[in-house]
Design a binder for this molecule. Structure first.
Ligand code: IMP
Length: 425
């Protein structure tokens, strides 16, 4: 069975949770490789809806082993909360869930710094972060001031926390933001550390052993290519490599051990937070798409900005990630539209752009060049074979894949597990 990287090809919220759920069937080990509790996967257990931010949803599949890799920034309080929630559903996590001792800790002071930094930027420069402390935590990691999961095992962990809270307080104070009480922080994190001890492991060895034993590994990305710190719309991005390269650095699995890359892409586009979005629909049609697609953030509940499919974004993701197979999602959301637009290139200053310009100022002025296709105007969610889809729906899907390159691996036509047409993956 292949080792697979699964990546988001747009600005996140492509429907990765459902595709991961389907691909988990083929995997022995599911590894989350970047991001933190900014991500949100909605999972339904016994009719009850839960949102997992850190733990791979593979935990809900009996017999699957889940790893939170070294590239993830882990909020230990949130992790403990999710473990308790899953155990509360009668599922076992001990021996099936491992968190890397090399993963960095996303602490309360990172959240406070995230909030203070957004306030400092003001309405016109703010990133629109999820407020989960992601940027400040990765910032500490790169500046070599971070605390790691493995530090929770050290006898002087509370000294480390006291020291870091003190340093964060100095910054918060200078920014005019409320500070934190070091003693309370220490007490909280010591309690959490004790509870998490059985889950801490050298996941590098675990991943390598699984690979050596011929197990199939699914590397699960969060967010999406356009939110990648290097290849996204910087600075309106998250602070990690959400793209395929991040899967190797965030798990320790060599690029030579990857067999295939699956890109998840929605049949239209959404974005949460600030930053340019060329195909955004700021009209009633955009609102209609938001309602039909239930486009509200799983982590923050914020309404997502909605727009037409952007093939320039898709091709960018295809190149950066080396996508072999596409998981195309939410086709059914377009069922009622008489005309559907696809952005095939941009125009700016009299010039045509077939690739994403690195300059944010140029990108923010790019006008989409659209191609129009007739809608199929009939429901699709009940269909069980690709060939039974309306001809116009198939023509739309095939046009998208033609513009992207690669192969169609899976087509999702509704939120339920059964509303998935599997082709090549
Ligand atoms: P941060 O990751 O909280 O720092 O937020 C940075 C940007 O990434 C903001 O525009 C967020 O809205 C966006 N973002 C972060 N995580 C997700 C996600 O899981 N889905 C969609 N957007 C996200």
């Amino acid at each position: 069975m292949p080792n697979t990287i699964l990546v988001g090809a747009q600005w996140g919220d492509e429907g990765k949770g459902k595709v991961i759920d389907v691909l988990t069937d083929q995997a022995d080990l599911v590894v989350r490789y970047q991001g933190g509790s900014n991500a949100g996967h909605t999972v339904i257990v016994d009719g009850k809806k839960h949102v997992l931010h850190l733990i791979p949803s593979g935990i809900l599949h009996p017999g699957k082993v889940c790893v939170i890799g070294n590239g993830v920034v882990v909020d230990p309080i949130e992790l403990l909360h999710e473990i308790r929630m899953i155990e509360g559903q009668g599922m076992v996590t001990a021996g099936r869930l491992w968190v890397s001792d090399r993963a960095h800790l996303a602490m309360s002071y990172h959240k406070a710094l995230d909030k203070a930094d957004e306030a400092r930027r003001g309405a016109d420069r703010k990133i629109g972060t999820t407020g989960r402390g992601i940027g400040p935590c990765y910032g500490d990691k790169v500046a070599r001031n971070g605390l790691r999961i493995g530090d929770m095992l050290a006898p002087h962990f509370s000294d480390l926390v006291t020291q870091r809270v003190g340093a964060a307080n100095a910054t918060l104070h200078a920014m005019g933001a409320p500070t934190l009480d070091p003693a309370t922080e220490c007490e909280t994190y010591l309690t959490v550390a004790r509870a998490l001890m059985p889950y801490i492991a050298d996941t590098l060895t675990l991943v390598h052993q699984a690979d050596a034993d011929g197990k199939s590994i699914l590397l699960e990305g969060a967010q999406g290519t356009m939110l990648d710190i290097d290849f996204g719309t910087y600075p309106f991005v998250t602070s990690s490599n959400a793209t395929a390269g991040g899967a190797c650095t965030g798990s320790g699995l060599s690029p030579r051990r990857i067999d295939r890359v699956v890109g998840v892409i929605k049949c239209y586009t959404t974005r949460v937070g600030e930053g340019p979005f060329p195909t955004e629909m700021k009209d009633a049609a955009g609102e209609d798409l938001r309602q039909r697609g239930a486009e509200f953030g799983a982590t923050t509940g914020r309404p997502r900005r909605c727009g037409w499919f952007d093939a320039v974004v898709g091709r960018h993701a295809a190149r950066v990630n080396g996508v072999d197979f596409w998981a195309l999602t939410k086709l059914d959301v377009l069922d009622t539209l008489p005309v559907i637009k696809i952005c095939v290139a941009y125009a700016c200053d009299g010039k045509r752009y077939d690739a994403i310009p690195a300059c944010l100022e140029t990108f923010s002025r790019c006008e989409p060049i659209y191609e129009e296709m007739p809608g199929w105007m009939e429901p699709t969610s009940h269909i069980t074979r690709y060939s039974d889809l309306p001809l116009k729906a198939r023509t739309y899907v095939e046009r998208l894949i033609g513009l992207l390159g690669g192969r169609l691996g899976l087509l999702s036509i509704g939120p339920a597990r059964e509303t998935t047409l599997r082709m090549a993956i």
